[in-house]
Design a protein around this ligand. Structure first.
Ligand code: NAD
Length: 332
């Protein structure tokens, strides 16, 4: 990605919480390439040391191994920081159904600690990972930021509470915030392993092993799959904007197209069979639908385009080709 296209001042010191995770480590890498100083705060709950290993030799990179559930740690991490990109959270709807208390502790109490620390350190802006799950049972399509439904999982509640707290911190203490409602992000470094793996890396790994991916439901459920470089662009745009109307609000972060799971598997097979022709013969299996899953998800990205000049460069096909190549080169 062309770093100069976003005009991010390289003198800024940026804190990336969850910086060892999928999205966070990609943000750290981008910022270091742009010339910024980067502090990563992570407790490695789901993040990986290998995600940040190539960054650790950079003198502008520092790691704080710690937990956002600890206020002192958050305050230490916010010291001399210009901007916060808050990514640390426990993702996954099923994880939050299995263990709502831990998801709430990290995603709500940890988030509140980070807001307090950012406010006390007088950071310039607090940009945070919100979620498309906040649309809950809303039938509206495409999803527009102002119309949300009732949350369908503990995870969705935590992410909505984040937005409410961010709003209060702006109104009460004047902390500038921007919430980014990510829609099914995918790309390099996303973990394909474990019970809570996201669908794209999980299916890629299974297809590479010639194992049938299991689709929950009949494959007609659809998502607005969003490539990581579009997400990086939105984070940077949220930092650099000087449009007063564009801050203290939330944005959909997506491409603005939806793909159903049957189409997804077909694309993955097509792109992966360029590396291994046998993958074309591996077929998906079908299982029961998952609790808390919304049937369809499609974003309007008009608000981000209008207020932030968002211009996503990767549709699902272009993104999947890059992601599949990365998995092939790094997992084989
Ligand atoms: P990830 O699990 O790869 O990254 C999360 C990071 O946060 C990990 O490195 C983890 O170790 C760290 N972390 C967790 N608990 C922590 C704690 N108590 N203290 C410090 N660090 C902690 O997940 P991701 O996909 O990179 O997600 C990043 C953010 O984006 C999360 O807030 C997630 O809810 C949000 N999000 C992601 C998606 C997606 O499709 N990936 C969609 C919507 C929202």
């Amino acid at each position: 990605m062309n770093s100069t296209s976003f005009d991010l001042d390289p003198s800024y010191h940026i804190l990336v919480t969850g910086g060892a995770g999928f999205i966070g480590s990609n943000l750290c890498e981008f910022l270091l390439n742009n010339g910024n100083s980067v502090t990563c705060l992570d407790n490695f709950a789901t993040g990986k040391r290998e995600n940040i290993a190539p960054l650790s030799s950079n003198s502008r990179f520092s790691l704080i191994e710690g937990d956002i559930r600890d206020l002192d740690t958050c305050q230490q991490a916010c010291k001399d920081v210009d901007y916060v990109l808050h990514q640390a959270a426990l993702g996954s709807v099923p994880r939050s159904i299995n263990d709502p208390i831990t998801s709430n502790d990290v995603n709500v109490s940890g988030f509140l600690n980070m807001l307090v620390a950012a406010r006390d350190a007088k950071v310039k802006r607090f940009v945070y990972a919100a979620s498309s799950s906040t649309y809950g049972d809303s039938k509206n399509m495409p999803k527009i930021e102002d119309i949300i439904g009732k949350p369908l999982s503990p995870y969705a509640i935590t992410k909505y509470v984040n937005e409410l707290y961010a709003d209060i911190f702006n109104n009460t203490y004047g902390l500038e915030t921007v919430g980014l409602r990510y829609f099914n992000v995918f790309g390099r470094k996303q973990d394909p392993n474990g019970a809570y793996a996201a669908v794209i890396p999980k299916f890629v790994l299974q297809l590479m092993e010639h194992t049938s991916p299991v689709i929950n439901g009949d494959g007609s459920f659809s998502r607005d799959f969003t490539y990581i470089d579009n997400v990086i662009q939105m984070n940077i745009k949220a930092i650099v904007t000087d449009n007063k109307e564009a801050v203290n609000t939330v944005y959909n972060v997506a491409f603005g197209e939806r793909t159903d799971l049957n189409q997804l598997v077909a694309l993955l097979k097509e792109f992966l069979s360029e590396f291994d022709a046998k993958i074309a013969d591996v077929n998906a299996k079908y299982g029961p639908t998952r609790q808390g899953d919304v049937p369809h998800s499609l974003a309007s990205i008009d608000k981000a385009k209008k207020l932030l000049g968002y211009d996503p460069q990767f549709d699902i096909q272009k993104g999947l080709k890059q992601a599949v190549r990365w998995y092939w080169e790094n997992l084989k």
